[in-house]
Design a protein around this ligand. Sequence first.
Ligand code: SDX
Length: 357
Amino acid sequence: MSGLDDVIAAETRLSEVDGANGRLVICGHSLDSLAARKSYEAVLALLLPDLLSANEEAVRAELGQARLRVFREVAWLDADLISLSVTEGLRALMARLPDGEDKSVALLQIAAPAVFLPALIRVRQGQKPVPPHPGLSHAADMLAMLNGRQPTAAQAQALDTYLVTVSDHGLNASTFTARVVASTRAGYASAVLAALGALKGPLHGGAPGPVLDMLDAIGMPDKAGPWIAAQLARGERLMGFGHRIYRVRDPRADALKAALTRLGAAGGMNTNRLALAEAVEAAALSALRAAKPSRPLETNVEFFTALLLEALGFPREAFTGVFAAGRVGGWVAHAHEQIETGRLIRPQSRYVGPKAA
Ligand code: SDX
């Protein structure tokens, strides 16, 4: 019962997570056929053909216009907002957007993290926000708004691969949250804001930043074993490992490691950092197998996410927001599916408290 393990809480046509075999299918397409092959706009067209469009170019055009509309809210970025964490600042800005169940609300929510996150990062660094270029792809525009210059094709491709890879993943905690809120007919903005709150937690989408903290703390490959042993001895968890569903390696880990190596040193990848990460991963997997022999704890999506987003210029405190920039497509798709096919989500509970007098 704890954590709703193995409970089927919805039927969906959006994605299937095969935990035993380490496979992810999105709208009938395997992750391998999507990552580095299809754009984020193409995956949005797969996820939301009736609400947005089944045509990738139509989605690209409308998403570009939505980024322009979202950017108008950046004017509200003030000292109070940047004193919050990046994820809380993102949530506060997204709360300014209109709610409802129509296409325009959905488009703004999908566009918002890619616009607000770079603005928050730049203002926190004392720089001016960069307005969107609606003619760029969603990934390329997000990087252009972050770095103030157009990305290389390899950098845009790397972020696009990340957004596609994390776009949808069954009934994870944040997506389930989106469905619950959508089931009350509260609207897409309410569903996305609630989901962003769930994603913020370190057990869910808050893990990629701490992966870098772990690599920084270890520093050298030969220090990985002792550091990890001490961490586990303290009952601490290793960020980037373990998963509620995957009992084998998360297929997204290899998709993102491949994106990182394609990016290469020219695109910002630090080869020493990758070598350290590979040593840490090997030491962690060995220690986890020894510590928890009955529980498979494999590399999950967050481990190589951390290196990829760092190579693309995102500060680690923004990694959860970048995760949201990809997953928001899945949140809206599940919210839409819930509205179209579901009913109010209201499970039962068993009362174990004191009996009434
Ligand atoms: C995501 O659900 C999704 O699809 C999520 C996600 C998505 O795309 O939406 O894939 C994204 O959230 C990936 C996970 C990111 N989080 C982390 O990397 C944080 C570290 N990982 C964990 O805390 C943990 O593995 C969870 C939360 C991801 C899953 O944990 P479960 O399924 O709830 O398992 P559990 O907490 O009951 O742990 C079972 C045992 C425990 O030991 P015992 O108490 O039984 O002795 O395994 C241990 C845990 O202590 N354990 C770990 C561990 N993960 C579990 N021990 C050390 N390091 C870890 N990472």
